[in-house]
Structure formats: structure tokens, C-alpha cells
Design a protein around this ligand. Structure first.
Ligand code: ADP
Ligand code: MG
Length: 323
């Protein structure tokens, strides 16, 4: 049974940034409005995630680390309209299979919290303790029992860089959540969570980007988009600045990238890519998020409509810009 968990773990958890992504997504799904992520040695020796969300009920504790156990999907039909970031119920089991996990959690309805320890998928202890509402996950010694996977990791600085990029995208995708990211004791990112996207963009990307922003809004049927794009001078040789979010989920989509890049094409040099922070709200029945293990890809049922919406919204903003 543990072997199966480890094999499956490889699909979801390939590096420390994947642990951070899954745990922060759980914190977001739990309704948190403040999330702190702390790492040491690129997340290899320590990852600590603290949230102020719903917490986990004591009676649910035996289940949350079981594979395919989720509180977010109850029927096959639910899978057709996923609104949470998680839904596979395999993140916690995968993480616990390849690390030493300590969990402290408390729901608002109880007086005491729970401290739970699990290592290599085996439960170590459960005790009651005093703690604030919310959940803290501590993941130690990632891949301690899977040396082959550990060997595949890059240097701590590189792994920390992946986590830092991820934290920036998470902060921008959820402007209403205050994010703090601490690397080896140093605060690297701190957003207010004041729900003002422009403030968050300033916070994350600084003045250079923020002073060249164009606000965008667009609507087509039930699908809405808002956000900011930058004037073409803020271009890059890679797509790191070209970000878009579907219902708060950071994804990669050839269709959306193409719509963005076609809109910019008359204004930008070949092989240069713009800054975008495009936030799309779309009916959950029009998308399929159950395509990719890391949930990075989405299938669209109204792809052509979406393409036109993005292309024309950006094109109009770029044509009307002050020069
Ligand atoms: P999924 O997110 O797909 O449901 P996970 O393995 O990531 O699966 O998490 C399992 C379950 O543990 C979740 O469905 C949720 O009920 C609970 N859980 C995990 N993290 C948290 C958290 N930070 N706050 C509250 N509940 C959580
Ligand atoms: Mg999850």
C-alpha cells in the first residue's frame, strides 16, 4: 500500500514547490484570508504553511491523509463543476508518503486543537493542544525515504526560486488573501490582502511594471475578465510575466497565450512576451479541470468564444493606450 502511495506521489509531488502549491491551495479552499509560507534549504528540510481557515475536525483526521479522500467532491456530478482548487484528494497522502508531516489544526467550534504527526505514511501521534483557529502544516525532510527523487532536485537556491515564483502567482491570483513568504528567515514577499489587484501587482512586481499598466475589463455571455496588462515596453524574452487565472486558478493554456500574443503582435518584437495579469471568471460547467495531475491545464467548452473575448479586450486596451 505504501509503495503505491509513493509511485502515485511522484505524479503530484515532484519538488518542494509542488508541496507548497498543494498546501496553499488547501489553505485557500479552507477560506483563509492570511497564509504564511516559510521554507528552509529550498523547502528540502522544512516547509511550514500557516493559515487562518476552517481547520480540520478531529473526526476527519483519519481520512485526510488517505488517498482519494477529499471533502470537496461528493458525487461524480460534482466533478463537472469543481469550484475548489483541490478535488483529487491525493495531495496530503502523497506528501505524507515522502516526508515527515506535523499538523496542528483547530476549528472555531472547539476549545482545543489537535497535533498530529505522520511520517512515510505511518501515523506517529495524535494529541490535543491549545492553538489558534486554522491549520499549520510542517513538512520536514522531503523525499527522505525516496533517495532517487531527492537526487533529482536542483540546488536549494533554485528550488527556493521555484517556490518564490509560485508565491508571486498565488498572491496575484488571490488579491483578497494576505500572503507572507519567508525564505531562510528572511521575508521575501508580503501582500496586504486588501483585494486591490493593482496594489498587489505593485507589491510583487514593483514600480517598473506598475507604472505601465492598462486596466482591462471584458464580458462575453457569462464569462467575465478583469485585470491589468502592461504596455508593450515591459516585455520579456520568456513567458514568466504572461500570467492568467481561471476562477482563481493559475493555469497554462496554449489557447489563452495565443489570444494574448496575437493581440500584442503589432506592438511587440518577435520572441518578446508581455506582462499580463488576466483574471477570468467562467461558469464551472464550461471548463474541465480534471485533465492534468498538477491541475495546470484546463479544457474549455467555449474555447473560440474565450479566445475572441481575450483577443478583443486586449486589442482594444492596447489601441486606446496613451503613448
Ligand atoms: P483535496 O484538496 O483534493 O480535497 P488533499 O489531499 O489536498 O485533497 O486534502 C484532503 C482534505 O484535507 C481536504 O479535502 C480538506 O478537507 C482537508 N484539508 C487539507 N488541508 C486543509 C486546511 N489547510 N484547512 C482545512 N482543511 C484542510
Ligand atoms: Mg488539496
Amino acid at each position: 500500500e505504501h509503495t503505491i502511495n509513493q509511485i502515485a506521489a511522484g505524479e503530484v509531488i515532484e519538488r518542494p514547490a509542488a508541496v507548497v502549491k498543494e498546501l496553499v491551495e488547501n489553505s485557500i479552499d479552507a477560506g483563509s484570508n492570511a497564509i504564511t509560507v516559510e521554507i528552509k534549504e529550498g523547502g528540502m528540510s522544512l516547509i511550514r504553511i500557516t493559515d487562518n481557515g476552517s481547520g480540520i475536525d478531529e473526526e476527519d483526521m483519519p481520512y485526510v491523509f488517505l488517498r482519494h479522500s477529499t471533502s470537496k467532491i461528493r458525487t461524480a456530478e460534482d466533478l463537472l463543476k469543481v469550484s475548489s482548487l483541490g478535488f483529487r484528494g491525493e495531495a496530503l497522502s502523497s506528501i505524507a508518503a515522502v516526508s515527515q508531516v506535523e499538523l496542528v489544526t483547530k476549528t472555531s467550534g472547539t476549545f482545543t486543537g489537535i497535533r498530529y504527526q505522520i511520517a512515510g505514511g505511518d501515523e506517529k501521534s495524535l494529541e490535543h493542544i491549545g492553538c489558534p483557529d486554522g491549520t499549520t502544516f510542517i513538512v520536514r525532510n522531503l523525499f527522505y525515504n525516496t533517495p532517487a527523487r531527492r537526487k533529482f532536485l536542483k540546488s536549494p537556491v533554485t528550488e527556493a526560486g521555484y517556490i518564490s515564483d509560485l508565491m508571486e502567482r498565488l498572491a496575484v491570483s488571490h488579491p483578497g488573501i494576505a500572503f507572507k513568504f519567508i525564505n531562510n528567515g528572511q521575508i521575501k514577499l508580503h501582500t496586504s490582502g486588501n483585494n486591490n489587484l493593482k496594489d498587489i501587482i505593485y507589491n510583487v512586481y514593483g514600480r517598473d511594471v506598475t507604472s505601465h499598466l492598462l486596466e482591462i475589463t471584458g464580458k462575453s455571455g457569462q464569462t467575465e475578465m478583469v485585470g491589468y496588462i502592461a504596455k508593450p515596453i515591459v516585455s520579456r524574452g520568456n513567458r514568466n510575466y504572461e500570467n492568467y487565472f481561471i476562477n482563481g486558478r493559475y493555469i497554462k493554456s496554449p489557447l489563452i497565450s495565443k489570444a494574448i500574443e496575437e493581440a500584442y503582435r503589432p506592438y511587440i518584437m518577435l520572441h518578446r512576451y508581455p506582462f499580463t495579469s488576466v483574471h477570468i471568471r467562467i461558469d464551472t460547467q464550461l471548463i474541465d479541470v480534471n485533465v492534468h495531475p498538477a491541475k495546470l491545464e484546463i479544457r474549455f467548452k467555449n474555447g473560440e468564444e474565450l479566445y475572441q473575448l481575450i483577443y478583443h479586450t486586449l486589442k482594444n486596451a492596447l489601441e486606446g493606450r496613451e503613448l
